[in-house]
Every structure is written in structure tokens, then in C-alpha cells.
Design a protein around this ligand. Structure first.
Ligand SMILES: C[S@@+](CC[C@H](N)C(=O)[O-])C[C@H]1O[C@@H](n2cnc3c(N)ncnc32)[C@H](O)[C@@H]1O
Length: 426
């Protein structure tokens, strides 16, 4: 099947069936053998997600009536065609003929003329994509724009701008194998340009690379993990011999980092059984071990009869608004009302985990959100209702802030939030 047909299927899965692109895309990529083709398929799917409102507007303008039911996949195919015309260097005639061929392959022979006609019209008109309202101008749903305007009255446009950038690739040096400087030297020898990031194990690649090209990747020398996410293990700072809970652990990036950092007894828990397999795979590649449990972080009593924990990492389920640059489909899969529901869930998990923290212990609350309801406001409310909790300052935060809000693009990092909560000794 051709790349445009596969792209239409992946886009259909996201927009019509609510599947995340990180699941839908690999499913379609399986049909391709060649790495370049896989990359083009990804580029088209991610591109459509980034610029959806403008593409939608442009294609709809060319149609006399909307496509319904099974025909929706041909509408997604038109978005794919339109994206190629506006955002890629693929010659227009190739983009149009390949997209028309995709229509045939998708078994909509009768619509090939429509696809050809619409894409030819778009090509002929050469009209700039509409910026008639904020959603079109920023390719972002109105509810996200509104929430960002409220949270960042001076910076919201810059935050959105950063969310459209292609994210860099970060590595986490496995300090059990070699020092970061030693790995930077290995990268240099392999002709891969890279620099040290702000957290102790972080390495920023100048351009993304296939992991197979990274020296000793499969032996566990490094892992792929954003620079912001790498602050979790550093801020929680586990000490040898401690009992540590990673309450929302899958796919296990932060669990592994905690284990690379100290000889701890780690309990890695997640609600999603399928995603737990990825925790096990990651532990295995890095030759680390943890007790991996399928369980609910808001009901620890149901699966843990051991001691209370010395430290807890709560990397809570969240809107993921800080990682839109990596997952642009979030803009279309999330809805405004999700934020209040997520904040409620975070509150429940946080309150429950707190009961399982030893007196004198620390809990690191983390999200990859940039919305205050899930972050500073969540922690402020927690501090108000929890008498034995104190917020510890983080060196990088501004003094007036509650916790540390990293905005996307700061030192090349994803958007993230951290708050360190200390429990009174008695
Ligand atoms: C932000 S992700 C965690 C990422 C992970 N810490 C890492 O670094 O690889 C949030 C996780 O929380 C899990 N989750 C959501 N609700 C949960 C609950 N009630 N109990 C345990 N895990 C939960 C989700 O399945 C998801 O894997």
C-alpha cells in the first residue's frame, strides 16, 4: 500500500477513533520495509496533526458537502494531500498522483476524480492558508489558547510557537556504564554532534539519530529521554538502601533512571498492564531490577503489604500539554473538560500516595503539563489541606513560583512541572 494511503489510515484512527498517533503510526509503519518511507509516513502524519485546522479549512472550502461515514477516510486522505502541497518539497504533480493512487488502494475508485479535482484546485489557487481566527492562526484549539492566555498572559504565543517546533533528541547517559564525558567522546568518535544538558546525565544531540547508530545503545549505554524528564531522578535524589515507589511508572524511563542513580529497592507500579511490559523491557535492556506491579496508585493497600516508602515519585497522568511538540495529536484528542477530571484524579492519587510516605520522606510530584490547574494550583491546594507537608524549593524555580514549571523549549527541553514535598518527621 502506498505511503499516502497508510497516512490516511493513521490520521483516520486518530481523528475518528481517538487512537493516539504513537499507537496508530507504528501500526501503519509495519507495512513499510524502508526506513526512508517510514520517515516520510511519520512526517506526513505529524504534519497533518500540527496544522489540522488550516488543512481542514482549506479542504472543506473545496467541497460542496461534507464526507460522512466510511468516506471520512477519503477526507483524511485529502488532508494528507493538502499537507504535502503546502508543507513539503514533494513536487505537486507527484503529491497529487500518489494521493489519487492511494484513493484507489483504499478501495474508493469512484472518488479518485474528486481527490484529483480538489488537490488540483488547491494547487492552482495557491491561496495562503487562512489565519482568519486564532484557532487557524495558531493551529491550536480555542480552549487550549484560552487556558494558555490565562496562565501566561505575556508568553502564551511563544509557548504555542514552541509547541509547533520539531523536538530535539535527548539521551540519558547510564552512569553505571560510563561517565557522561566518556560517552560524549564516543559520540564524537562516531561523528555524532552532541552537548551536555543541564541535568547531570543529559546529552542533547544536534540532530535526531536512529538509536542503532548510537554507540552501545543495545548494551544499555544510553537511553532516549527528554532533558526535562531527566530532572525527576535528580530532584528525588534517592539514596542507597531506600525503599522507593514509582507510582505511575510506565513505560519506565524514570524508574530506570532512579535505579541507575542509586542502589534502591524500587517498586514500579502502573494501572495499564500493557504499558507495564515496556517497563520490563526497559529494565531488561539496562540490566536493572525492580518489583513491577500492576496496580492502582490511588489504592496502594490493595497490592502492597510492605513498609511505607522513603521516597515516592508521582509522575501523574496529565493533559500532556507540555509535550505537544512531540505528540501534536494531543491537541485533538484532549478536550477542555478533561483538565478538571485529570486534576481530580491527580488529587486523589496524590492524597493516597502521601499516606504511604514515611514520616521525614519526600514525594516528587511531576507532570508533563503546562496548565496551572494540574501543577502549581494542584500543589497549593494540597499544601493547604495537608498539615504535615512542606514544599521544598528547587534551585531553578523563580522564588514566587510554587514548584518548578518548565515551559517547552526552555534549554531545548519539553514542558514539565516538578514540586518536591517533604513530610514532617513526626
Ligand atoms: C506520565 S505517564 C508515566 C511516565 C513514566 N513515569 C515514565 O517516565 O516512563 C503516567 C502513567 O500513569 C498511569 N496511571 C494513570 N492512572 C493511574 C493510577 N490510578 N495508578 C497507577 N498508574 C496510573 C498511566 O497508565 C501512565 O502510564
Amino acid at each position: 500500500m502506498n505511503i499516502r494511503a497508510l497516512a490516511a489510515k493513521a490520521v483516520y484512527d486518530v481523528l475518528e477513533r481517538g487512537v493516539s498517533l504513537s499507537v496508530a503510526l507504528p501500526q501503519q509503519q509495519q507495512a513499510l520495509a524502508n526506513g526512508k518511507d517510514k520517515a516520510l509516513l511519520a512526517e506526513i502524519c505529524y504534519g497533518v496533526m500540527r496544522a489540522l485546522p488550516q488543512l481542514d479549512n482549506c479542504v472543506s472550502d473545496c467541497l460542496s458537502k461534507p464526507f460522512k461515514g466510511k468516506q471520512r477516510i477519503i477526507y483524511q486522505l485529502l488532508l494528507v494531500g493538502c499537507y504535502q502541497l503546502y508543507f513539503t518539497r514533494i513536487p505537486a504533480h507527484a503529491a497529487i498522483s500518489e494521493t489519487a493512487e492511494a484513493c484507489r488502494q483504499l478501495k474508493f475508485e469512484g472518488m479518485v476524480k474528486v481527490v484529483n479535482g480538489v488537490l488540483r484546485t488547491i494547487q492552482r489557487n495557491e491561496t495562503p492558508l487562512s489565519e482568519a481566527n486564532d484557532t487557524l492562526k495558531f493551529n491550536t484549539p480555542a480552549w487550549i489558547i484560552k487556558r494558555l492566555q490565562q496562565a501566561y498572559p505575556d508568553d502564551w504565543q511563544a509557548v504555542i510557537e514552541q509547541s509547533h517546533q520539531r523536538p530535539p533528541m535527548w539521551l540519558r547517559n547510564n552512569r553505571r556504564g560510563q561517565t557522561r564525558d566518556a560517552y560524549l567522546a564516543q559520540l564524537q568518535q562516531a561523528d555524532i554532534s552532541a552537548s551536555a544538558g543541564s541535568s547531570p546525565d543529559a546529552i542533547l544531540l544536534e540532530s535526531p539519530k536512529d538509536v542503532a547508530l548510537l554507540p552501545h545503545f543495545f548494551d544499555g549505554a544510553v537511553s532516549v529521554q527528554d532533558g526535562a524528564a531527566q530532572w525527576a531522578a535528580t530532584l528525588l535524589a534517592p539514596q542507597d538502601g531506600e525503599l522507593v515507589l514509582d507510582a505511575c511508572a510506565a513505560p519506565g524511563g524514570k524508574s530506570c533512571h532512579l535505579l541507575e542513580q542509586a542502589d534502591i529497592n524500587l517498586v514500579a507500579v502502573d494501572f495499564d498492564e500493557a504499558r507495564l511490559q515496556r517497563v520490563k523491557d526497559n529494565l531488561q535492556r539496562l540490566q536493572l531490577s525492580a518489583e513491577v506491579i500492576h496496580g492502582d496508585a490511588a489504592n496502594i493497600d490493595a497490592w502492597w503489604q510492605g513498609n511505607k516508602f522513603d521516597r515516592i515519585l508521582l509522575d501523574a497522568p496529565c493533559s500532556a500539554t507540555g509535550v505537544i511538540r512531540r505528540h501534536p495529536d494531543i491537541k485533538w484528542l484532549r478536550k477542555s473538560q478533561d483538565i478538571e477530571e485529570l486534576a481530580q484524579l491527580q488529587r486523589q492519587i496524590l492524597d493516597h500516595c502521601w499516606q504511604w510516605l514515611q514520616p521525614g520522606g519526600q514525594l516528587l510530584y511531576a507532570t508533563c503539563s503546562i496548565l496551572p490547574q494540574e501543577n502549581a494550583q494542584q500543589i497549593q491546594a494540597f499544601l493547604e489541606r495537608t498539615k504535615d507537608a512542606t514544599l521544598l524549593p528547587i534551585a531553578q524555580q523563580s522564588p514566587a513560583e510554587i514548584g518548578w514549571q518548565i515551559l517547552p523549549g526552555t534549554q531545548g527541553m519539553d514542558g514539565f512541572y516538578y514540586a518536591i514535598l517533604q513530610k514532617s518527621a513526626q
